[in-house]
Structure formats: structure tokens, C-alpha cells
Design a protein around this ligand. Structure first.
Ligand SMILES: Cc1cc2nc3c(=O)[nH]c(=O)nc-3n(C[C@H](O)[C@H](O)[C@H](O)COP(=O)(O)O)c2cc1C
Length: 371
């Protein structure tokens, strides 16, 4: 059967992946309320479509931090792409380049950031940073990202410790032999082995800097300059404002795909609060603060709701992993094409020839959240 929805891709991926890998990709934290909330929340809005608009030549073009992209659907950083396919992050970044979108490479990639960059030279890419207790190492990662041609640093702030993903604990999740967190080889000796919970939880507990706080953010922004710093993991309006006051250039509303604090608000609700607090960027992100969002976006209509609520761009995490497992680079391309085709159709049916017209009052609250 040909996959025609992101859920179809997930079903194929589930058959191809080991149960341990599938569980690692799919899971949320604890009881997974926030994992489910994220997706449901997009459906709690209605698209108040307009008729008799010329939608014969729809455009999804947008701009993020000065980079022109063909689509507002971008690729969130996710760890361990070689668990899904031997070509791993190289396949993902090539598919992103072919689709005219942006790929954010994770600190926890199974391919070094230099090799990711070399796989699609000239393609737009950002580097996602976890701040390590070893500050010198953190600064080296930033210097490597600059040297390799990354266009921005995204610092993830929702992971001072790892959320508890029960399936990973039950499975004793660990990378299979032969796969490495290639950006970290110099600081990750073999002491991550153990039988208490997952290997990833031991890495985060021993290496991530849980003391990293507002007073450090300005220094981090200075260290990243001239690259802009994007702050990922924001769920409140006041934190968004603070991040801007401390040197962030853009805000990324996220709760890590429901993998960190369970019962955190849905990202749709957080997006509304953040856009209220920092103001809307202009059409195509050409003025004001850019706000991005991820979490539970599984269709073009979900993306259109997010854009209508004021997001400059949306990011998808798991759908890309399902595509990678389904067919490597070609599978990621198919996932991106599917989401973009869905977005274009939704825009045409909603009377939106471009993304600017998706703002205004297209999106209105439909019903209250039930979870
Ligand atoms: C398997 C997996 C690994 C992830 N790894 C990272 C990571 O290394 N760094 C990071 O900032 N976020 C990471 N995330 C969070 C994603 O960037 C993103 O916030 C989330 O996946 C969006 O939700 P979605 O999967 O529902 O689209 C990960 C998410 C998943 C599902």
C-alpha cells in the first residue's frame, strides 16, 4: 500500500524498525499526555476559509533569518538518524536540500556535523546545540558549526535533564554497536554503559549543564556571533521576551515533542501566548520577531493552523524519521512532498494564495482542549 498520510509512513516505519528504535522515536514522557495534546491541539482550531479568491498560483515561499525557502515546513533536530537508515543524517540533509527546506542537525547526530554539511554543500542548515558542563567543549562545537558553514545555532533549553520515556527505560535503550554520537566522540568514553534506564539518560545526566540559565544566555549569544542564536523549547510568553532580551534572534516554541515535561501545554496553546508576547513577524518573516513551532504537526492543515496563528515556520520531527525508515533519502523526500502538497491544497481551499494571507483571522478557536 502506498503511504498517503504521515500515519501511513509511521505504519511502514514501524514494520521496518527494531521495536527498540521505534519505541525511542515514538515515545513521549511519562503518561504521554503532552505528546497527544500537541497533535490534538491543532484540531481545536477551525480554518475559516474564504471563497472566490484567485488561488491558481499558490506560493509557499517564506524566509527565515534572511534565508529564502520554498516552504515553511522545516526539519527539526532529532538524534540518531542511522537507527532509521544506514545513510542517516546525510540522507536527511540531501532530501531537505532537494525540497528547498532547512535541516537542523542535532548535537546527537550519528553523523558528524562536518559530514552532514558536506553531504549537501550550500544547502541551508542550522546546528542544534546542547550546552555541556564542559564549556570548552560547548564552545568547540559552536566553532565547528561556524567553520562548517551552518547559518544559525539553535540552543535547546527544555532538556536540563532527560524526561522519562518509559519504553526506553524498559527496553534499556542504547545505540547498537557501530553507531556513535559522532559530534561527541571526544567527550563520550564508554562509561555510558550500565543497566539503569537508558544510555541517553545517562549521557544527559552526566554531560548536560543543568545549571545553564538566563545569566549565561547572553554569553552564549556572543559566542555564536555572527551566527544568530535561536532559543528552542520555549512554552511561555515571558520566557520568549526574556530570551530576546538576552540575545536570542528568534523563538522556537517547542516541548520537545512531548518527550520532556509531561502535562506541559500543547505547543499550539504556547504559540498563541508567545506570539501575543513578542508580536507577529510580517509576511514571510520579513519584520518583527520570528517565532517557530513544532510538536504534533502531521498534516498540511495542522501546518496552516500554526502559520495562521502567527508562526513564521513550522518544524516536523518524527515524520522525517518515518520517511527515513520507509525509504532513506527518497522516503524523506516523499514525506516532505506529502506535507507540502497537503499545505498547498489546504491554502487553495482556504482562499490563501500565499502565506501572508493565512494570517489575519483565518484561524479561530473551535473548541476547548479536552486533555
Ligand atoms: C526521536 C527524537 C529525537 C529528538 N532529538 C532531539 C535533539 O537531539 N535535539 C533537540 O533539540 N530536539 C530533539 N527532539 C525534539 C525535536 O526537535 C522536536 O522538538 C519534536 O520532535 C517535534 O515534535 P514532533 O516529533 O511531534 O514533530 C527529538 C525528538 C524526537 C522524536
Amino acid at each position: 500500500m502506498r503511504p498517503v498520510t504521515i500515519d501511513d509512513f509511521e505504519a511502514v516505519a514501524r514494520e521496518r524498525l527494531s521495536p527498540m528504535a521505534y519505541d525511542y522515536y515514538r515515545s513521549g514522557a511519562d503518561e504521554e499526555h503532552t505528546l497527544h495534546r500537541n497533535r490534538e491541539a491543532w484540531t481545536e482550531y477551525a480554518l475559516h476559509y474564504r471563497v472566490l479568491v484567485d488561488v491558481s498560483a499558490p506560493s509557499t515561499a517564506t524566509r527565515v533569518l534572511g534565508t529564502d525557502l520554498a516552504t515553511p515546513i522545516l526539519i527539526a533536530p532529532t538524534a540518531y538518524h542511522k537507527l532509521a537508515h544506514p545513510d542517516g543524517e546525510r540522507a536527511t540533509t540531501r532530501a531537505a536540500a532537494a525540497a528547498g527546506t532547512l535541516y537542523v542537525a542535532s548535537t546527537l547526530a550519528t553523523t558528524s556535523l562536518e559530514h552532514v554539511a558536506a553531504a549537501a554543500p550550500g544547502a541551508p542548515k542550522w546546528f542544534q546545540l546542547y550546552v555541556h558542563k564542559d564549556r570548552e567543549f560547548t564552545l568547540r562545537l559552536i566553532a565547528r558549526a561556524k567553520a562548517a558553514g551552518y547559518g544559525a545555532v539553535v540552543v535547546t533549553c527544555d532538556t536540563p535533564v532527560l524526561g522519562r520515556r518509559c519504553a526506553d527505560v524498559r527496553n534499556g535503550f542504547a545505540l547498537p554497536d557501530g553507531l556513535l554520537m559522532e559530534n561527541l566522540v571526544e567527550v563520550i568514553p564508554l562509561d555510558l554503559q550500565g543497566d539503569d534506564g537508558s544510555e541517553l539518560a545517562r549521557y544527559v545526566a552526566s554531560r548536560h549543564d543543568a545549571a545553564f540559565s538566563w545569566s549565561d544566555l547572553r554569553d552564549l549569544a556572543d559566542a555564536c556571533a555572527p551566527l544568530p542564536l535561536v532559543v528552542k523549547g520555549i512554552a511561555r510568553g515571558d520566557d520568549a521576551r526574556r530570551a530576546l532580551d538576552h540575545g536570542a534572534r528568534a523563538i522556537w516554541v517547542s516541548n520537545h515533542g512531548g518527550r520532556q515535561l509531561d502535562l506541559a501545554p500543547s505547543t499550539a496553546d504556547a504559540l498563541v501566548e508567545v506570539v501575543d508576547a513578542v508580536g507577529r513577524a510580517g509576511a514571510g518573516g520579513d519584520a518583527g520577531t520570528e517565532v517557530y513551532v513544532d510538536g504534533g504537526i502531521r498534516s498540511g492543515t495542522h501546518a496552516l493552523v500554526a502559520l495562521g496563528l502567527g508562526a513564521t515556520a513550522v518544524f516536523v520531527g518524527r515524520p522525517i524519521l518515518w520517511g527515513l525508515a520507509e525509504g532513506g533519502e527518497a522516503g524523506v523526500k516523499r514525506v516532505l512532498e506529502l506535507l507540502n502538497a497537503e499545505l498547498v491544497r489546504a491554502m487553495q481551499l482556504a482562499g490563501c494564495p500565499d502565506l501572508a494571507s493565512a494570517r489575519d483571522d483565518l484561524v479561530r478557536r473551535h473548541r476547548r482542549a479536552t486533555r
